[in-house]
Design a protein around this ligand. Structure first.
Ligand SMILES: Nc1ncnc2c1ncn2[C@@H]1O[C@H](COP(=O)(O)OP(=O)(O)OP(=O)(O)O)[C@@H](O)[C@H]1O
Ligand SMILES: [Mg+2]
Length: 1088
């Protein structure tokens, strides 16, 4: 078979021949044409373009929704689509519903960018327009500020690993969870040449105001020792960094961080830098002391600590024996180490708290049963590292990569081969690099690298060298372990699946112990900074993260425990003993692997085209090395030869029996064979319980299913059309018969009337012959007939044009339409505010009123005069707002209180129509137009902002406020004190239930009392002059009890006496109440 043109094939596994050279040629050729994505079987290879190639627009996003993989060019969006579809359908044939997307590649290859694109597309696919999705999209930039830094490999390098789980219910996002792995804390105290500290520090210097600088006692960036490289960036990229700071601040607001939490957080960050300024010297006894106590003072002032206590834990350790307390002074180096250890703990715990906080804020709502949900996890974890000097962190990172490679191998090779054997399938074994021995070298107990490291870490006299010696003794025969040539060296090498890496064991023990200086916990826990107290009081979980969940009540913990499946490792008995870093890391890897094992994996291999981080440069040798160690070639081989899809006979037949057009097909191998032969597929194999298919078989079967689905719809359409036509014909016949009969009847009536008329005329003629006195005698009035009476009018039967059932349907559609689906969704469907119990159940008018009164009143006042803003309206319906805006200028707007949730709606006139946007109040009390990023402290700020900026994505600006139509303010009910409101509410409820009305609080949907009130106002007679407060009280009153004017509540004449009396009394009560409402409104205005 000849090879197709280079660069033209989307899936390289379909090439007749694929070796290293061809793979590279194809990738290069495609890369040169900006085709950065390529499939190799079911793996997506992504080569980093290092520039915007314009392939992530809305148009592309649309193209990759609910598609067959082969119908479009390879793309990262196709992976989102495939994962989403597989989650929804259960991987086609009885597979796992949960999905995971494993993204690998070395630093700077594009993993984090890919993660963001995948999440964005997933949210687009499920039409995520609510606040939650916006919050999820903001999580990545937020975490990047605290967990990413510029390195030589990547300007935005993730210095932690993460697994993001997007949780879905019925296909819609209901929450998210982030797991973090191994933050590189050491970066906070020092960076390699040409590298920087975490982004957040530079953002602060660029973005904080002068007052903030004073508040956080900050000096210029170059002062700080912990910012050895990078202060230059603060100057050189100040505008850009300032913008990033503003975006971060906004993202924190949007996700729901409180202002005081943010302030505590910035204080801690400033304290981190201030710690680095503390210097030490030694006295004649070689005991450390603080050279610049004023630097300690800064830390203490910031965090609210006792200076002497802090100096104490920085310079000596206390211990007690036999009832006596001993003080062991530190050397200067030990004091510096203790300072750095505190700083690392501060930053590490702060980062963990941020992740924890994000998880709390984005958790699925507690009334959702998460056990019924599904999820898509995305793993963006550090790639394999082989640096100039490789330390403890690199050992952990590379172990994680070994583990992932093992997962990959197991999915692609091992499990597959095992299954072939068990099922007796004819199979030629394919050799591949199994890295299980390497995992054993690290993880085996009691003698693996980590076990030995732990053993030495617990042994006070052990040193890094004794650890290396122990390894040398134990792994002498292990060919993956290579001893250093010089016996005194602390170096050792490991042959990883991706190549040999030499490690420097210096500080391994210290880093693994990660212990805090004596007394740190007590001093930090006692600090005045609240957040500091929280993060140091929290326990560290077995996987090394902060455990703050203790806050949740026992009841809810029980509830969630029942619902959520806890990974086995978590169930292990909690140990009070602090775990070492490698033990925590090992645990977090086990949890991760357990999660991945429960999901259906999708693999993305990111490739870095060059080391210069530049576009349009494809370094063949560099790329080949990456392809080699990611096992791409072996993967290709096995994908071509192996059987990627292996469903049970029964599952297969159940799903595809329709393809054999045989509904009663047996669910064993015979059924399977019939389907496959009918489909003319070849190259499959039948095992004992399963059928073995190539990955492309399933695609073909699914394509056929879609075709069949379409045919079924076509057939249904025809049959339904036929049935409706038959029915229609019958109805038409009936209608015609009835028309005929009616016509005949009328004809008959006409005849009868004529006969009658004739008879009458005859009688009149006859009466003329009777003498006049005959009538006088009878004293009866004479019948005066001037002319012949007209024939009786035809019966009032109107024949409408013959109606068809189809027209009826159209009519209905028209009634409910007029507004696009999208608008409906914007307005009503994507509401995710949690019920706030103290206001009552969300969705009732009374609860919305209470919410407004207790939390919002100040929001709608103008700062200038304290009056309600002219754009503000009460709980009016969407239709009413449209009526108000109908004849107004473009950009005219109003903000109204929502009845269905605790929030607002913005309605505005645009050239095409009146548009409505939801406004949510975030948990921190701030406001956001749902779907938009900017967050505002007040509604006023929001209005001012959207005067100058369009309410995207429609490009509409707010111009003038709509104002109230009359003195009959539609927000009057919101101004009544809530206790008065409650009283009125109950009267209204009792009244309306008597009248057969739903009380306002019971009314749901658009036809609420607000609407009745408005209609009433519009149709009532023009009012004579009324005082302002009367108008208000009347409006509020009417709004509360529906469209009953005061007079209409008077007792009805026909009502039984008891009811009439009762009503009379209530009417009087209400009148009194009105007077008191008027009084409250008067006092409300006078107060303001
Ligand atoms: N699809 C893409 N289109 C354009 N540029 C990209 C794309 N993917 C990555 N880049 C560029 O490459 C840089 C590095 O990518 P990214 O941060 O995703 O790498 P990474 O694999 O996560 O690295 P690390 O392991 O260091 O975190 C990005 O900052 C961006 O400039
Ligand atoms: Mg990254």
């Amino acid at each position: 078979m000849s090879r197709p043109d280079i660069g033209k094939v989307d899936d390289l596994a379909t090439l007749p021949n694929l070796d290293e050279k061809i793979l590279l040629e194809e990738l290069k050729c495609r890369y040169d044409q900006d085709k950065i994505y390529t499939y190799v079987g079911d793996i997506l290879v992504a080569v980093n373009p290092f520039r915007d190639i314009g392939i992530y627009s809305k148009e592309f996003s649309e193209k990759y929704k609910y598609q067959k993989r082969t119908s479009n060019a390879p793309h990262i969006f196709a992976v989102s689509d495939a994962a989403y579809q597989a989650m929804q359908t259960g991987s086609s044939v009885g597979g796992k519903r949960n999905q995971c997307i494993v993204i690998s590649g070395e630093s700077g290859a594009g993993k984090t960018e890919s993660t963001k694109l995948i999440i964005k597309q997933l949210i687009d696919i499920c039409h995520g327009k609510s606040q939650l999705e916006q919050q999820i999209l903001q999580v990545n930039p937020l975490l990047e500020a605290f967990g990413n830094a510029q390195t030589v490999m990547n300007d935005n390098s993730s210095r932690f690993g993460k697994y993001i789980q997007l949780k879905f219910m019925d296909g819609a996002v209901m929450g998210a969870k982030i797991s973090e792995y191994l933050l590189e804390k050491s970066r906070v105290i020092g960076q390699n040449p040409e590298e920087e500290n975490f982004h957040i520090f530079y953002y602060m210097f660029a973005g904080l105001s002068t007052e903030d600088f004073q508040k956080y006692k900050l000096k210029s960036a170059e002062t700080y020792k912990y910012l050895t490289n990078g202060p230059g960036r603060v100057q050189s990229k100040s505008t850009e960094t300032k913008k990033l700071f503003a975006e971060l601040n906004n993202a924190m607001d949007l996700v729901g961080f409180m202002d005081d939490e943010k302030e505590d957080m910035f204080t801690i960050l400033a304290a981190v830098l201030a710690f680095g300024q503390i210097e030490f010297d030694v006295n004649d006894n070689d005991a450390a002391f603080v050279k610049n106590p004023q630097a300690v003072q800064v830390v203490c002032d910031l965090l609210g600590m006792n200076k002497d206590e802090l100096i104490g834990i920085l310079t000596y350790a206390k211990s007690s024996a036999h009832g006596e307390v001993f003080q062991r002074n530190y050397t200067a180096e030990q004091a510096r180490d203790s300072r750095d250890a505190m700083t690392k703990a501060l930053y590490g715990r702060l980062f963990s708290w941020i992740v924890n906080k994000v998880n709390q804020l984005l958790a699925p709502e507690d009334d959702l049963d998460t056990s019924k949900g599904t999820e898509i996890g995305i793993l963006d974890i550090f790639g394999f590292e082989h640096l100039h000097t490789n330390s403890f962190e690199q050992a952990c990172i590379n172990l994680a990569n070994e583990q992932l490679q093992f997962f990959f191998n197991r999915h692609i090779f091992l499990l597959e081969q095992e299954e072939y054997k068990n099922e007796g399938v004819d199979w030629k074994s394919i050799p591949f690099v199994n890295n299980q021995p390497l995992l054993d070298l690290f993880l085996a107990k009691p003698i693996g690298i980590f076990a030995l490291l732990d053993e030495e870490s617990h042994f006070p006299k052990a040193t890094d060298h004794s650890f290396v010696e122990k390894m040398g003794q134990n792994f002498a025969k292990n060919h993956h372990y290579i001893k250093a040539k010089v016996a005194s060296s602390n170096n050792f090498s490991i042959d990883h699946y991706a190549g040999r890496v030499e490690y420097d064991a210096n500080n391994f023990l210290e880093k693994n112990r990660d212990s805090l200086p004596n007394g740190t916990m007590q001093v930090f826990q006692g600090a005045e900074n609240q957040l500091l107290g929280i993060i140091f009081k929290a326990t560290i979980s077995r996987t090394g993260t902060l455990a703050l969940q203790r806050r949740s009540s026992k009841k809810s913990a029980m509830k969630s425990r029942k619902r959520r499946r806890t990974p086995k490792i978590m169930k292990a008995a909690a140990s009070k003993k602090k775990l070492t870093v490698c033990a925590q890391f090992k645990n977090s890897l086990s949890v991760l692997m357990e999660r991945l094992d429960l999901s259906n994996p999708h693999f993305i291999r990111c490739v870095k085209p060059n080391t210069a981080k530049t576009s349009r440069q494809f370094d063949g040798r560099f790329v080949t090395a990456q392809l080699r160690y990611t096992g791409m070639l072996e993967t290709t081989r096995i994908r071509k030869l192996g059987y990627a899809v292996r469903p049970l006979f029964e599952d297969f037949v159940k799903r595809y029996r329709i393809l054999a057009l045989s509904p009663k097909l047996v669910t064993d191998n015979r059924g399977v064979v019939k389907i496959l032969t009918d489909m003319k597929l070849t190259d499959w194999q039948i095992g004992k319980t399963k059928v073995f298919l190539k990955y492309y078989h399933q695609e073909k079967l699914e394509a056929k299913m879609i075709e069949m689905g379409k045919s079924a719809i076509q057939m249904q359409k025809i049959v339904r059309g036929f049935l409706v036509r038959v029915k229609f014909r019958r109805m038409l016949e009936v209608a015609r018969r009835e028309a005929r009969e009616a016509k005949e009847f009328l004809e008959k009536m006409k005849q009868m009337a004529l006969v009658n008329h004739q008879t009458q005329l005859k009688l009149v003629e006859h009466d003329k012959d009777i003498p006049a006195d005959y009538f006088d005698e009878k004293n009866e009035p004479a019948i005066q007939i001037d002319e012949a009476p007209p024939p009786p009018p035809p019966p009032a039967v109107q024949f409408a044009p013959e109606a068809t059932p189809l027209e009826d349907v159209q009519e209905e559609a028209h009634e409910s339409g007029g507004e696009t689906d999208q608008e409906d969704i914007l307005e009503d469907e994507f509401v995710r505010t949690k019920d706030i119990g103290k206001f009552g159940a969300k969705g009732s008018r009374a609860a919305s009123v209470r919410w407004f009164q207790q939390t919002q009143t100040d929001q709608v006042r103008q700062t200038s005069d304290g009056q309600f803003a002219p754009w503000f309206h009460g709980i009016i319906t969407r239709r009413e707002s449209e009526r108000l805006l109908q004849n107004r200028a473009i950009g005219c707007f109003l903000i109204r209180v929502s009845e269905s949730r605790f929030g607002y709606s913005l309605s505005m006139k645009t050239p095409s129509k009146i548009k409505h946007f939801m406004i949510d109040q975030l948990r921190n009390g701030k406001y956001v137009v749902v779907g938009e990023l900017p967050v505002f402290r007040t509604l006023n700020e929001m209005v001012i902002y959207y005067h100058k900026n369009p309410v995207s994505p429609f490009g509409d600006f707010l111009t003038e406020p709509c104002g109230q139509e009359t003195d009959d303010f539609d927000y009057a009910e919101l101004m009544i004190e809530s206790d008065e409101y409650q009283g009125i509410d109950s009267i209204a409820e009792s009244q309306s239930s008597q009248d057969g009305y739903l009380s306002p609080s019971k009314v749901s949907g658009v036809e609420s009392s607000g609407m009745r009130r408005t209609q009433n106002r519009l149709t009532s007679k023009p009012r004579t002059e009324e005082s302002r407060e009367n108008a208000v009280s009347r409006a509020s009153y009417v709004s509360l009890i529906g469209d009953q004017e005061p007079s209409s509540v008077a007792p009805s004449k026909n009502a039984p006496p008891s009811v009439a009396v009762k009503r009379e009394k209530e009417a009087v009560d209400k009148k009194d109440k009105r007077t008191s409402i008027a009084g409250s409104i008067r006092s409300f205005f006078s107060k303001k």
